[in-house]
Write a protein that binds this ligand. Sequence first.
Ligand SMILES: *[C@@H]1O[C@H](CO)[C@@H](O)[C@H](O)[C@H]1NC(C)=O
Ligand SMILES: *[C@@H]1O[C@H](CO)[C@@H](O)[C@H](O)[C@H]1NC(C)=O
Ligand SMILES: *[C@@H]1O[C@H](CO)[C@@H](O)[C@H](O)[C@H]1NC(C)=O
Ligand SMILES: [Cu+2]
Length: 147
Amino acid sequence: MASKCGVSYAQGLIILVTASMLAVGHADTIVVGGAENWHFGFNYTNWAFQNSPLYLNDTLVFKYDPPNGTTFPHSVYLLRDFRSFLRCDLRRAKQVASVTQGGGEGFKFVMKRWQPYYFACGERAGFHCKVGLMKFAVMPLPRCHIW
Ligand SMILES: *[C@@H]1O[C@H](CO)[C@@H](O)[C@H](O)[C@H]1NC(C)=O
Ligand SMILES: *[C@@H]1O[C@H](CO)[C@@H](O)[C@H](O)[C@H]1NC(C)=O
Ligand SMILES: *[C@@H]1O[C@H](CO)[C@@H](O)[C@H](O)[C@H]1NC(C)=O
Ligand SMILES: [Cu+2]
């Protein structure tokens, strides 16, 4: 994935310029959990670990069925910091997607800032986050370093 960034000096300045032009505006769309989507009991920390690195402007897609008689509701929150992430502390967390927004094509979140993002499901006062493992942290990287 990062191969575009691995331009060596031997490949010359022309390629470097072209590569950096291509890199601007390039971004991937990643479904959180892959085929598992966003559900209770899947290890999203492990998923994030296996799918890293992610990059600035990449889009994360959270897919989960809206609540009905048979499905459990889920949601997406951004936790405030690493400490609240560890504890699944939802106080002062920011809801970014409601229980209905994960339907259809899913809820899309673009990581626009160079900062850690602490995602969690906010349902059942942290139970989904804590026991259901519905949380993960991402630090999106700049796609290309300029040497
Ligand atoms: C991310 O997208 C914004 C607006 O679409 C753009 O201005 C910015 O350069 C992009 N950043 C990166 C690292 O590609
Ligand atoms: C989830 O995955 C992480 C990273 O692989 C691992 O350290 C952790 O023990 C796993 N958690 C559970 C409850 O299996
Ligand atoms: C609830 O949603 C699930 C998944 O979309 C679907 O399989 C199920 O039939 C739905 N149940 C009801 C009662 O609508
Ligand atoms: Cu949940």
